[in-house]
Design a protein around this ligand. Structure first.
Ligand code: FES
Length: 373
């Protein structure tokens, strides 16, 4: 057992191929028999690659030959042992001995190089929703959407992605990542205002204020003038509608009973109101009560009665009149005038200023120009 060599599967295969090529004569050689016999005795040190295992041919039986009387394991047995030792790991490969000396360098490299493992083909995934024409027609008749279904219309958890996501969701707990905090937008920096710009803005504001004040003042003046014009027009219209009317005293008025006017008496209390003197005096040998008009026959001034001098004296040009009204001095050209006077029904003296009697015309002789006493 100490002389037995631990051969790798590659060595065994190489030896098997050499044996196959050499024919049956070579099989009978004692070296090959010894080599083949040594292989099954060290199964733990053999690493076998399934991809390099020879395929059973028609000439070579698929069932392993028992280590019979010949004492040589068949290729099938060697492959079975190699498959059994496949799980032993790569450590055995590292400890594998060098290839046999009879092989070429290329074969040695090929045998020393571990074959690359071929990935197993994945089964084709079937679409979760496969619909044929009958199912589409049935869905159309039932009212649901016929035809192919998009990924968005698939129920959650169906399909390859859905299954994958569901599996991943089951495998790992759901970790909700909080949404990133929204960064506030930086506010625009406040640009400092230049002092010149401030001055210009202040000047503009001042001009606007002045213009506004001027416009307001002009508008106020305009409205005031318009209002004043309207008021004046209204006053003029009212003045036109209501003209001035002189409130003259009545031309007839009563001055009292005859007993109120004693002889020789000149009553002056009616001068201001009626412009008349009431006198009880003797005229041409007849005691009469008459009414003299207080208008100077020169230029119309009002003479004054001078009780001490018993005359009327005009202050304007100095004309003088006696008590009976006859002019005797000054520029007055004629005597004073009389108003009509009479006794009324109630016994009072009634003066009528609508009638005047002139002495130069001889009218003082008329009975309406005096009342006898
Ligand atoms: Fe009386 Fe001239 S007005 S004197």
């Amino acid at each position: 057992m100490a002389e037995k060599k631990k051969l790798s599967v590659a060595d065994i295969l190489a030896a098997a191929r050499a044996e196959k090529a050499a024919g049956s004569a070579a099989v009978e050689s004692p070296e090959a028999v010894a080599t083949v016999e040594a292989a099954p005795t060290a199964p733990a040190a053999v690493s076998v690659d399934a991809s390099q295992s020879p395929k059973p041919s028609a000439s070579q039986p698929a069932s392993p030959k028992p280590a019979g009387a010949a004492g040589r394991p068949s290729i099938a047995e060697i492959m079975a042992a190699a498959r059994a030792n496949k799980t032993a790991g790569g450590a055995a490969e590292e400890a594998a001995p060098a290839p046999p000396a009879g092989l070429s360098s290329e074969k040695k490299v090929a045998l020393a190089k571990p074959p690359a493992a071929k990935p197993l083909p994945k089964p084709a995934e079937k679409s979760p929703v496969q619909r044929d024409t009958a199912s589409i027609l049935a869905a159309a008749r039932s009212g649901s959407k016929p035809g192919p279904v998009s990924k968005s219309e698939l129920p959650p958890g169906s399909g390859a992605m859905g299954k994958q996501s569901a599996a991943s969701a089951k495998a790992s707990p759901v970790v909700r990542v909080p949404p990133p905090a929204v960064r506030p937008l930086p506010s625009a920096p406040v640009r400092p205002v230049k002092p010149e710009a401030k001055k210009a803005a202040a000047a503009t504001e001042d001009r606007r204020g002045v213009l506004s004040f001027a416009m307001g003042s002009f508008m106020a003046m305009g409205f005031t003038a318009l209002s004043a014009t309207g008021g004046l027009f209204t006053l003029g219209l009212a003045r036109f509608m209501f003209p001035n009317v002189l409130a003259e005293p009545p031309s007839r008025f009563k001055v009292g009973f005859r007993e109120s006017f004693p002889a020789g008496k000149v009553e002056t209390k009616f001068v201001a109101q009626f412009g008349v003197w009431v006198i009880n005096s003797d005229f041409q040998g007849q005691q009469q009560i008459y009414a003299l008009k207080t208008v100077c026959t020169h230029l119309g001034c009002t003479p004054n009665w001078l009780e001490a001098e018993q005359k009327f004296k005009c202050p304007c040009h100095g004309s003088g009149f006696y008590k009976d009204g006859i002019n005797f001095e000054g520029p007055a050209p004629r005597p004073l005038e009389r108003y009509a006077i009479r006794l009324s029904d109630d016994g009072q003296l009634e003066i009528d200023k609508s009638k005047a009697f002139h002495e130069e015309l001889g009218q003082w002789a008329e009975p309406e120009s005096y009342v006898s006493v």
